[in-house]
Design a protein around this ligand. Structure first.
Ligand code: URA
Length: 317
């Protein structure tokens, strides 16, 4: 591996760990020996201290025995990364489905409805992810105005969504609805969809969610790409890391680093922000304000007026 590749791998690892942290993970099992082997040369090349001492990973728990491979295993705490805030390249998804072409005039409303109905029929019949298809109750396709200027993209349906057949209707969805109302929008004025159209199966567990695998994302993402092509929004909001990864065709992106910074999907501006579930888990004014600042940037981009009252949301305890 050359220096550039090693650096990219390290960036991807940091992004992955930050993504886990964003999703609520506080501890990961690592082998300091392996970390040293994998990251030591890079740290040296950067003139930095070894990675596990450098802020990205800081050892804080007692050693927890020895792995089967004979290495010491310790508990490492995820702390905010001290790495620079520059671009986060991420790792390219193993198989990147073809991006839609968004050139030419947008479809008429009637044609959009017909195209989305046809796509829904395809999604409903899809069994490519066999285990997920067996476990699902419904296919959660998308909801909202087919002529919406704003599309919001999430990760995958959870339990409530699977039961009701509509994206973002559980606790996270209720928060999302509140955010939309604060923006002066209702759910019927935007279009909401997910990277995965089916709830990722959680074998042996009735509750809980899991992040879709890269393969599941690559299998399902063409449906989302088609939705974007048909609806042709003026702005997309990527809610959380999975949405951003799906749109950009990369893995291990860190929303903590990328939120608030415009990116692009086939010429459509994309604003990454935190997933509402993360906001609910964190429940801090600072995180809510960050999401709100991202939403104000979206409003600005869409030419929506922002009142003084709106500008002040989440500034006071
Ligand atoms: N989380 C998502 O990402 N999507 C949903 O539809 C619900 C929760």
């Amino acid at each position: 591996m050359n220096g550039g590749e090693t650096r990219e791998l390290l960036d991807a690892l940091i992004g992955h760990l930050e993504g886990l942290r964003d999703e609520g993970t506080r501890w990961v099992e690592v082998s300091p020996g392996l970390l040293g082997e994998a990251l030591g040369p890079v740290s040296m090349a950067r003139g930095a201290t070894p990675a596990h001492q450098a802020g990205g990973l800081s050892p804080s728990g007692p050693a927890r025995g020895t792995s089967a491979g004979g290495r010491d295993r310790s508990r490492e705490r995820l702390e905010p990364s001290g790495a620079g805030a520059g671009g986060m390249p991420g790792r390219v998804l193993a198989s990147i489905p073809e991006r839609p072409s968004l050139e030419g005039p947008a479809m008429e409303r009637g044609a959009k409805v017909a195209a989305l109905d046809a796509l829904l029929a395809k999604a409903t019949a899809c069994t490519q992810c066999a285990a997920i298809a067996r476990a699902r109750r419904t296919v959660v396709f998308g909801v909202g105005d087919v002529d919406a200027s704003l599309m919001l993209v999430g990760e995958a349906p959870g339990r409530e969504e699977d039961q009701q057949g509509e994206p973002f209707v559980g606790a996270a969805g209720q928060l999302l609805t509140k955010v939309l109302v604060a923006m002066g929008l209702g759910r019927d004025r935007v279009y909401i969809a997910n990277v995965l159209k089916c709830r990722p199966d959680t074998p042996g567990e009735a509750y809980g969610n899991r992040k879709p695998t890269a393969e599941e994302m690559a299998t399902c993402i063409p449906f989302l790409f088609e939705q974007v092509r048909i609806v042709r929004p003026r702005v997309i909001v990527a809610l959380g890391g999975t949405a951003l990864e799906g749109l950009l065709g990369k893995q291990m992106l860190s929303v903590t680093r990328l939120r608030g910074r415009w990116t692009d999907f086939c010429g459509v501006p994309v604003m990454p922000t935190y997933h509402p579930s993360y906001v609910l888990r964190q429940d801090t004014m600072a995180i809510k304000r960050e999401v709100w600042e991202d939403m104000m940037a979206v409003m600005d981009r869409l030419g929506m007026p922002i009142s003084a009252k709106q500008r002040g949301y989440f500034t006071k305890g």
